[in-house]
Design a protein around this ligand. Structure first.
Ligand SMILES: [Zn+2]
Ligand SMILES: [Zn+2]
Length: 253
């Protein structure tokens, strides 16, 4: 009987040890959050219906035509989704937008890159409505007034190839909110300027992100935020600048 009690006590110690082990492995799994369910549930374009998500072999491919699901002057005067430019500047008024066959491929489980790659000119991510997200660069260099004067109320405009894209916070994506905006090419999500609890994050790294829970992810995950600093004299907030936190996937058109 005594031997049995000792044996039981030993077993309890072993069981508690096992619990300790499993909780410490939860901590290390911060780097390994599966994003597929959130991606599948978030990506949709209620106007064109032209956004689809496929998951296979550890990667998610999000396809879209790149047209928005909200009003912009770039639909063209007379279009049912037309609205005027904000303010009085119509610098890009004769430019229109066209459809593409975009496909962004991101990992199901994003991971931090050893060497952080600087984001480039062109699509650095995709908004949840399938529109590409650009950083703070234009063909001629960092965004200048000649570029932001062409933005619609969504902080977006078409490039020289009629490729509509977001650079900044705007009416239909987020304005000073904690909305999920989209995902960057490394698979990490981008949120508005605020965190889920309505406060502005105070510990963002040089790439505009940090690790924590969000309204979509109950396990802590690295995520970016729209910059909370006004960009130059534009009065606008740039969605992304700097480098990717993770390894960049492909974005084809
Ligand atoms: Zn642009
Ligand atoms: Zn955050």
């Amino acid at each position: 009987m005594i031997m049995n009690k000792i044996f039981l006590a030993t077993m309890l110690v072993v069981l508690f040890s096992c619990n300790d082990d499993s909780s410490s492995s939860d901590d290390s799994s911060e780097e390994g959050v599966d994003i597929s369910t959130v991606v599948i549930n978030s990506f949709k374009n209620s106007y064109t219906n032209a956004v689809s998500v496929k998951v296979s072999d550890g990667y998610i491919t999000i396809s879209s035509t790149g047209l928005p699901d909200h009003k912009t002057p770039y639909w063209g005067v007379g279009h049912e989704m037309y609205e005027d430019f904000p303010g009085t500047n119509h610098a890009n008024a004769n430019t229109s937008m066209t459809t593409y066959n975009y496909a962004m491929r991101i990992p199901v489980v994003p991971s931090e890159a050893t060497t952080k790659e600087v984001t480039e000119l062109g699509a650095v991510g995709m908004a949840v409505n399938g529109v590409p997200i650009y950083n703070d660069y234009e063909g001629s260099g960092v965004l200048q007034e000649n570029a932001w004067s062409t933005f619609d109320s969504s902080g977006a405009h078409p490039g020289p190839n009629k490729d509509y894209h977001y650079h900044c916070e705007g009416t239909y994506l987020t304005v000073d909110s904690n909305n999920l905006i989209g995902f960057l090419r490394d698979g990490y999500p981008v949120y508005g300027r605020k965190d889920a609890d309505g406060t502005y994050p105070s510990n963002l790294d040089a790439n505009g992100g940090h690790t924590g829970t969000t309204t979509d992810f109950t396990d802590a995950i690295y995520h970016y935020h729209v910059s909370n600093n006004v960009y130059s004299t534009s009065g606008l907030y740039v969605i992304k600048s700097g480098s990717y936190h993770g390894t960049k996937g492909t974005f084809t058109q």
